[in-house]
Write a protein that binds this ligand. Sequence first.
Ligand SMILES: [Zn+2]
Length: 292
Amino acid sequence: MSADGDGGADVPGGGETRGDGGAGGRVDGQGTPRARCVLAPNPSLMTLDGTNTWLIAEPGSSSALVVDPGPDDERHLRRVSDMVAAAGQRVGKILLTHGHPDHAEGAASFAAMTGAPVLAADPAQRLGSEGLSPGDTVTAGGCEVWVVATPGHSPDSVCLLLAADEALLTGDTVLGRGTTVIAGDGSLADYLASLERLRALADEAGLRVLLPGHGPLLADPAGTLDYYLAHRRERLAEVAAALAAGDRSLPEIVARVYADVDRALWPFAEWSVRAQLDYLAATEGLPPDVSY
Ligand SMILES: [Zn+2]
């Protein structure tokens, strides 16, 4: 899961015509010299055009990394495997940005298809002995990615720095359109800290592009991260204002803060408001009669 039911213009789809990705769209086949997107056929409100599976390889090398195989869809997995083979490569390792099913469900099938191990921050998602810990470098055929822990969207979320291309694979921590939901197992405090970490990394690593888990590439990493941080703070202020106005339940707060958002997205907005209330409870405190 990924896209936020979060308000204003930044609902999933971000004001663009959804479905413009169609069966392939703009992101499929896009990337950087060392990263290429293969779009999975699982579009939805929450996954935008579908899940972006990323192939990472040094041009001309014999080995590739595959990030987020996506849903357990044999045609998609076969297509990914065929593209790696067509480049004269084999899949060296499978990496997961996090364990949500739209990213990870196909990992076991893809591992069986390719013989490659699955590396993930969450031990329960791994196949093989290797994990993904902060600061780890994972290599395939001379191509390196560096693991950045970015909990928040989920506790096990990581981003992967492809320094050679000044690119960052963001999973669901940053999306190509709209903003990200804090999932039921996520944490807004962790998420804000992760966004701050990535904002610093954008300058330190001279990032030129974000490669998200859903939606198109983002060519302004620093600006995107500034927007995400500002958006989160704005939403927190709106939730605090709703409490000050007397709202005491999730539906009341959602109805006020997300009044201009399609009601189909309100269930997702409730996740975000719950995460915001958790955050306010731990920081400023909540009125005693709030129920959520
Ligand atoms: Zn997710």
